[in-house]
Design a protein around this ligand. Structure first.
Ligand code: NDP
Ligand code: ZN
Length: 358
């Protein structure tokens, strides 16, 4: 089978591989729609998770079940499914402890394009199919469905980590697709003011659509100073970090009120340490909690998030700005993601012929 792979740090290309082996609980899925992710860019061009050779990329997909293991109960060949980017081993102790994303080892639920081949492939392997796949419900456009794999669940996880409550003033740093879904998540959770940080006009327009009340341009000076000015020196109740660098934590801590929480979902591609300013962190006693997490994956989460879309509470169509027809366009879509032109939020590659736009 053919797949689009990371050949080594900074190198990509098409490769041929054997079809993956199917265990009794597993499924093989063929993609119907795919999306590249900023994480693929960190992985290939920053070497953020170390070197990988001939590893097929991609972890955002909707697909059609092609084969199922003999113990898979709920899915059959031909079912069209949502595929989460994170596919935990649900019987692991980490899952039982409430952290499925770390099943096996830290970040162990992140298998696709991390330590096994990803979804930019003619067929890809899904472990624990009953626990990880979800049927695409009526009312969810299969072409947009890959947005649920990672963008929606990750943006929302930032909101969960920051523990956003009714009426909270929230700072969302980064309004790429992940940050946009964090804005949408804050809005659904009843935030009052949502200060969103970014510069690309397309993303700013979408941030306003999803509920941002104020836009902050990080190129116009310190984010925290701008936030303190907008909040009469008080700062915000919560911060979600979905963009920036290791230095962004300093801004987040400075912008946060005592008792507040920071939820980071940004994938830190470089730098050895995260900076926490001593004084603004209350000289160690400010009750400013910093949490960082990989998004949870799995079937139940996919089903619940999809329900928000199918019942009209979450519009994911605003995330997709570019559509490509045909599996071989994966390369173009990934390179577009790397280049990040101003009008890009997220590209989708339509693989199934019946979904292609004429
Ligand atoms: P994008 O690159 O599309 O968006 C990044 C955002 O951050 C943009 O709005 C950008 O602004 C802004 N930004 C850039 N530099 C700074 C800075 N110095 N200070 C403040 N804001 C800045 O990324 P995505 O939305 O696709 O992904 C966001 C992050 O989430 C990535 O690191 C990705 O790898 C990670 N991720 C994490 C996952 C998890 O499970 N935890 C899963 C999926 C993704 P501008 O408008 O100027 O471009
Ligand atoms: Zn992703």
């Amino acid at each position: 089978m053919k797949g689009f792979a990371m050949l080594g740090i900074g190198k990509i290309g098409w490769i041929e591989k054997e079809e993956p082996e199917l265990g009794p609980l597993d499924a093989l899925v063929k993609p119907i729609a795919l999306a590249p992710c900023t994480s693929d860019i960190h992985t290939v061009w920053e070497g953020a998770i170390g070197d990988r050779h001939n590893m097929i990329l991609g972890h955002e997909a909707a697909g059609e079940v092609y084969k199922v293991g003999e113990l898979v109960k709920d899915f059959k060949v031909g079912d069209r499914v949502l595929v989460p980017a994170i596919t935990p081993d649900w019987s692991s102790l980490a899952s039982q402890a409430g952290f499925p994303m770390h099943s096996g080892e830290m970040l162990g639920g992140w298998k696709f394009s991390n330590f096994k081949d990803g979804v930019f492939s003619e067929y890809f392997h899904v472990n624990d199919a009953d626990g990880n796949l979800a049927l695409i419900p009526e009312g969810v456009d299969p072409v947009l469905a890959p947005m649920l794999s990672d963008m929606v669940t990750t943006g929302f996880h930032g909101v969960e980590l920051a523990d956003v409550q009714f009426g909270d003033e929230v700072l969302v740093i980064g309004i790429g697709p992940v940050g946009l879904m964090a804005v949408a998540g804050c809005n659904l959770r009843g935030a009052s003011k949502i200060y969103a940080v970014g510069t690309r006009p397309k993303c700013i327009e979408a941030a306003k659509f999803y509920g941002a009340t104020d836009i902050i341009n990080y190129k116009n000076g310190s984010i925290s100073e701008q936030v303190l000015e907008l909040t009469n020196g008080k700062g915000v109740d919560r911060v979600v970090i979905a963009g920036g660098t290791v230095d962004t934590f300093e801004e987040a801590v400075k912008a946060l009120r005592p008792g507040g929480k920071i939820g980071n979902v940004n994938y830190l591609g470089g730098g050895d340490y995260i900076k926490i300013p001593r004084v603004e962190w209350g000289v160690g006693m400010g009750h400013k909690i910093i949490a960082g997490g990989l998004t949870p994956g799995g079937r139940l989460r996919m089903e619940k998030l999809a329900k928000l879309v199918s019942c009209g509470k979450l519009d994911i169509s605003k995330l997709v700005t570019h559509k490509f027809n045909g599996f071989d366009k994966v390369e173009d879509a990934l390179l577009l993601m790397k280049e990040k032109p101003k009008d890009l939020i997220k590209p989708v590659v339509i693989v199934a012929e019946d979904l292609m736009e004429k």
